[in-house]
Design a binder for this molecule. Structure first.
Ligand code: FO1
Length: 325
């Protein structure tokens, strides 16, 4: 457990559903707010790919580094203060250098690939890395099988995720997101038991299409969450009609949704009980409530560790507040 600056909220087991940087930051707020070993983060693996002959899991690493206090605070991904000597040497050999891999980050990819090659599942390999970093939370890949996300552009191309997101800087207009091989994926016991035991399930402010939807595409997971006794609460990744980071707002528009916290509410209505939206979107609260979600309005931009903890505490409290709150 990182240095405990906040008195832990004694609520029961919490499951966070998270993808990239925004998701990792709220997961960190929850991690810092809860007692040790009471947080499980189910993480998107649709961004995973083989690169330099190594299995790379960007969202698992982003959540892991963030909870360990190792993440680069500017980018949100990679290791703070990391060097890129290996990348420079690879470039000199003619290897691709559009995906920036730091030297310490490379150790994670090397170690994970070795664990996988020696027969560990991705769940086991992730637990090994997380334990080694002293993180007192469980990080669970959404499944142990590869379920790569492909992005179909409006220009008719089918791009791998990192091609779309990093190499082409998510500039392409998206027509469809495809979760290849999702039907072959199975729900791990670790995920089923975490969801069943949870008192709170938090949908972090991640991209609904590139982070949350891939996780819900694992057969049985959406139904398991819907049937779970936990209170289910989400945080809108859209504030004032814009994404804090990444292409979520562009994608809401290109995929025909309202580019607002209301558009996000409509995606989650029926699955969640509560949706947290930012104060700038307060005027949308009645329309959000009309979707059947209880709407909670609170500052939700996380610029600091304190912001992450404040939002996390507000989310946990709102999840269990009496209906007439
Ligand atoms: N995102 C980028 O935009 N450019 C990069 O060069 C880059 C490198 C990178 C290395 C390790 C890692 O864990 C994440 C990295 N990301 C990079 C982020 C990655 O593309 C994620 O998939 C996004 O954050 C979306 O979740």
């Amino acid at each position: 457990m990182s240095e405990l600056q906040y008195d832990p909220l004694h609520v029961g087991p919490c499951v966070a559903i998270a993808g990239g940087v925004g998701g990792a930051r709220l997961a960190d707020g929850l991690y810092r707010s809860l007692a040790a070993d009471s947080l499980t983060v189910i993480v998107n693996t649709g961004d995973d790919f083989e690169h330099f002959g190594l299995t790379m899991c960007p969202d698992l690493d982003t959540v892991m580094y963030t909870l360990a206090g190792l993440a680069n605070p500017e980018t949100g991904w990679g290791v703070v203060g990391d060097t890129t000597h290996a990348l420079a040497a690879l470039r000199a050999y003619g290897a691709d250098d559009w995906f920036i891999v730091g030297d310490r980050d490379l150790a994670t990819h090397v170690r994970r690939t070795a664990l996988l090659h020696s027969g560990h599942t991705l769940t086991q390999a992730t637990a090994s890395l997380v334990d080694a970093l002293g993180i007192r939370a469980r990080l669970l890949p959404m499944t142990d099988a590869p379920v790569p996300t492909f992005v179909h552009t409006q220009a008719g191309e089918r791009l791998t995720f990192q091609d779309y997101f990093v190499r082409r800087r998510h500039q392409d207009a998206v027509a469809r997101v495809e979760f290849a091989q999702a039907t072959q994926a199975t729900l791990t016991h670790a995920i089923s038991s975490a969801v069943d035991a949870a008192e709170t399930i938090v949908f972090c402010p991640s991209n609904p299409f590139l982070s949350i939807e891939p996780i819900l595409s694992v057969p049985g997971l959406r139904a398991r969450i819907a049937a779970a006794r936990a209170r289910k609460i989400g945080v809108s990744p859209i504030i004032g009609g814009a994404a804090v980071k990444g292409p979520a707002a562009d994608m809401l528009t290109s995929l025909g949704h309202d580019c607002s916290a209301l558009g996000v509410a409509r995606l989650y209505a029926g699955l969640l009980d509560v949706l947290v939206i930012d104060e700038v979107d307060a005027a949308l609260a009645p329309a959000v409530s009309a979707t059947g979600l209880r709407c909670v309005v609170t500052p939700s931009l996380m610029r600091s560790i304190d912001d992450r903890v404040a939002l996390a505490r507000r989310v946990l409290e709102a999840a269990h507040a009496p209906e007439d709150d």
